[in-house]
Design a binder for this molecule. Structure first.
Ligand code: SAH
Ligand code: SF4
Ligand code: F3S
Length: 472
């Protein structure tokens, strides 16, 4: 999916892209909003909730910054770099604001939650600061800001899931969509800011998830990705006290149609159950791909990180995946240079990568975040050049593993869901197979379109892509 360069990551990979609904009548709205999203898929999903709330208020989306009456930036705090990117963008918005009177600038998301009203002091031309659980309050906050007051709402909620809000799909390919199934996180990984910016974990009503997925299918979508920081701890109890866990939810969503692919992210190694793996095995349309962040291969470091599993536990989960789902792809998140990490710890990370044969990894060097357990308890004592060197070694191992995994696919056939033209030419289609590998193949004379399934025989590969031709 992504070309990886050092600190480039899953959650920052779409940074800087601006999204606007494509299906709206431009004359329907008196005012325009522009929204830019950073961070994880959940933030992108939240921007679609925000778009829906703003549409109700008479704001239509625009991709053109100059045209906007309201400029929103949905932010990420996961690493320092993510916040710096947002700060830089805010200075650019400042210039725009000077030239056009009455334009409002709002900061949404995790940075808003982390810095709260302090952001207003630091970034003078910001008018609104709105945390991830306060988007329903946006209309009131906009009204307040329009009168010249600064507006802040960073209250975290124990039950907000925006279950009843139907997201407005932003810049969608019309084939794949994210569906948020839970919010917040109750884990306390010592390096991580998410529990502070997103609050307590809560699960969304299963019925609203299933109806959103069904609705997407009826609109022509062919793939949903169920999102949560820790999907395996999904647990919803309805009014009748009936409880649903993640395996049951997955089973129900997969039952909507065999033509609707189902993916999910993120699984936590301590929580992923065999029950989930068996549900995956039972449904052809649940993609055989699991994102299983390892973070480190050293037990000592894992303990400092408060990940609550050991390397032995992690390897046993990987073996269960292979046993129950022999063709399942696995990817990971890895952090290089966490507090006190030694060369030996680092070697164990490389070793667990070799063991797990990841198709792909999102790799970072440790970035200390204010307020986290690690920042309060441990010294960020691995020098930057050591962090970077270790990260480069991790990237090198991963590049080789990705290539080896792709080489194995040469000569095999796989089912591909067509997502659109390939990046290089409109003579080729691009899609993904169940294992989440990108597959590119010539369109030739076949009468196919986005959202169709095809069988492709793989004949060549690069480190990031499989190349082949249609056989069916
Ligand atoms: N909930 C997911 C991850 C969310 S954040 C999970 O538990 O796996 C995505 C990734 O960012 C994490 O898996 C971790 O690898 C990385 N990350 C989080 N905090 C970080 C920090 N302070 N420095 C570097 N990387 C970090
Ligand atoms: Fe952060 Fe850990 Fe929660 Fe993931 S599980 S969001 S890494 S605290
Ligand atoms: Fe970033 Fe917040 Fe997601 S910190 S990774 S946008 S939950």
């Amino acid at each position: 999916m992504l070309d990886l360069v050092n600190d480039k990551v899953q959650d920052e990979s779409r940074q800087g892209e601006a999204y606007a609904p494509f299906q709206l009548d431009p004359n329907q709205y008196q005012k325009r909003f522009y929204i830019e999203s950073y961070g994880c898929q959940m933030n992108f999903a939240d921007s679609e909730i925000v778009a829906s709330i703003l549409n109700q208020e008479g704001f239509g989306a625009t991709r053109n910054l100059e045209e906007a009456d309201l400029i929103l930036i949905n932010t990420c705090s996961i690493r320092e770099k993510a916040e710096l990117t947002v700060r830089k963008r805010l200075t650019e918005f400042r210039k725009l604001k000077r030239n056009k009177k009455g334009v409002l600038v709002g900061v949404l998301g995790c940075m808003a939650e982390r810095l709260k009203a302090q952001l207003l002091e630091e970034e003078k031309l910001v008018d609104m600061v709105v945390g991830p659980d306060a988007y329903r309050a946006l209309p009131g906050l906009i009204m307040e800001a329009e009168t010249g007051q600064k507006a802040v709402n960073v209250l975290l909620s124990r039950d907000e899931t925006y279950a009843d809000i139907s997201p407005v799909r932003l810049d969608s390919n019309g084939v794949s969509a994210y569906v948020s199934i839970m919010r917040g996180c109750n884990n306390m990984c010592s390096f991580c800011v998410v529990p502070f910016t997103r609050g307590r974990e809560r699960s969304r009503d299963m019925n609203s998830i299933v109806s959103e997925c069904r609705d997407l299918f009826e609109k022509g979508f062919r793939e949903v990705t169920l999102l949560g920081q820790n999907v395996d701890s999904y647990y919803y109890t309805d009014e009748g006290n009936n409880a649903v866990n993640f395996a049951q939810l997955l089973n129900t969503v997969a039952g909507i149609s065999p033509l609707l692919r189902v993916r999910f992210s993120t699984s936590h190694p301590k929580d992923i159950t065999d029950e989930v793996l068996y549900v995956m095995a039972a449904h052809h349309n649940i993609c055989k791909y699991i994102h299983l962040p390892v973070q480190s291969g050293s037990n000592r470091v894992l303990q400092l990180m408060n990940r609550t599993y050991t390397r032995e536990w992690y390897k046993a989960r990987v073996e269960s995946i292979w046993k129950i789902l022999p063709d399942c792809g696995i990817s990971a998140d890895i952090i290089a240079g966490f507090c006190t990490e030694t060369e030996e710890d680092h070697q164990q990370t490389l070793e667990i990568m070799e063991f797990s044969k990841y198709d792909y990894s999102y790799m970072f060097f440790y970035s200390e975040r204010p307020g986290t357990l690690a920042q309060r308890r441990f010294k960020d004592d691995v020098p930057e050049e050591v962090k970077k060197r270790r990260l480069a070694e991790i990237v090198q191992v991963q590049n080789r593993l990705s290539f080896e995994s792709n080489l194995k696919d040469i000569g095999t056939t796989c089912e591909v869901l067509i997502e659109g033209d390939s990046r290089k030419t409109d003579k080729d289609w691009k899609g993904r197979n169940s294992r989440n590998k990108v597959v590119v193949f010539p369109k030739l004379d076949h009468d196919l379109k986005k959202g169709d399934y095809v069988t492709v025989k793989i004949s060549e590969c690069t480190q990031g892509t499989l190349l082949g031709h249609i056989v069916k």
